[in-house]
Design a protein around this ligand. Structure first.
Ligand code: NCD
Length: 309
């Protein structure tokens, strides 16, 4: 892996991604071979924003590799509450740990940490910006269950403005051949300009922005549902007005193709009715399972790179 940190999806080349998917696949097949792969290594999870899946999957991944974890899951219990800067926290923590995983409500915070840390930093979600390891999870799921990341139509639905998983997924998929995007959101939650202009337009990708899902459902190979991000709204009324705009239920699933994959980074609120869970096309819990294995592959690779470097 050339770049020492993983701050955004483009820090990994397509070849590096393939290596990670292969390694994650090998780990899934024979996890007992990897139980001491990171023995003696320590990972710090610095989570300044709530998380269940991302933090647990990172920590579970490290424990399953024989390594150990330190960290905090809310900034209030750390020196941040005393006013310590991100740069100082990162520098200090890198005296103790071999790898830092950081989630922060501010865009760019993991980059600030990486600039002063002496060990690799992984961005586990920065505000409404990027979430590269969720993208690894998404790509691993699609690639494993569909066989390829090329030539497909991907619908992304919900909060495309604040949804960092969406921004990272579009970025990563922009490098694969024949991928078309359908961006389904209310006007107020459309994809930010930097994604539209800097990625979709600049690379001449095929995309449409729509406000309804029914008509496009039959065309989709993947439907990526997202939660409306309550914590990023300034105004509660706007949130309430927009939160239930898209709800995927059995009726809508009946309009979709037999093989359409339904993904969601989770947590789900109302946007996927619980009745959909039993549909074989509902793959979001399976997706969470892939998330741990791809993180195992990532941790192993990043720690080895550090040793080599
Ligand atoms: C996502 C996130 O934190 O951005 N969740 C996750 O990492 N699994 C999506 C969300 O919170 O809605």
């Amino acid at each position: 892996m050339e770049s020492k940190n993983l701050l955004e999806p483009m820090d990994l080349t397509v070849e590096e991604l393939e290596e990670l998917f292969d390694l994650a696949g090998e780990i899934m097949e024979a996890p007992e071979k990897y139980t001491a792969a990171c023995k003696g290594k320590l990972m710090a999870t610095l989570f300044y924003e709530p998380s269940t899946r991302t933090r647990f999957s990172f920590e579970a991944a490290m424990l399953r590799l024989g390594g150990q974890n330190i960290g905090f899951s809310e900034a209030g219990s750390s020196s941040v509450a005393k006013g310590e800067s991100i740069a100082d926290t990162a520098r200090t923590v890198s005296c103790y740990a071999d790898l830092i995983v950081m989630r922060h409500p501010k865009e760019g915070a993991p980059r600030v940490a990486a600039n002063s840390a002496r060990v690799p930093v992984i961005n586990a979600g920065d505000g409404g910006h990027q979430h590269p390891t969720q993208t690894l999870t998404d790509l691993m799921t699609i690639r494993s269950l569909r066989g390829s990341l090329s030539h497909m139509t991907v619908g992304l639905c919900g909060d495309l403005k604040f949804g960092r998983t969406v921004h990272s997924l579009i970025k990563a998929l922009s490098r694969y051949e024949g991928v078309s995007f359908v961006l389904i959101s209310p006007e107020e939650l459309r994809i930010p300009d930097y994604v539209r202009k800097e990625i979709l337009d600049k690379k001449g990708l095929d995309y449409r922005e729509v406000e309804q899902m029914d008509e496009i459902l039959p065309e989709l190979d993947v439907l990526y549902m997202t939660r409306v991000q309550k914590e990023r709204f300034f105004n509660e009324e706007d949130y309430i007005r927009l939160k239930d705009r898209f709800i995927l239920d059995e009726e809508k699933m009946a309009l979709a193709g037999e093989k359409m994959m339904v993904l969601h980074p989770l947590p789900r609120v109302n946007e996927i009715a619980v009745e959909v869970d039993k549909d074989p096309r509902a793959l979001y819990f399976e997706q969470a399972r892939y998330g741990m294995y791809i993180r195992m592959a990532l941790i192993m690779t990043m720690l080895q790179e550090k040793r080599r470097g």
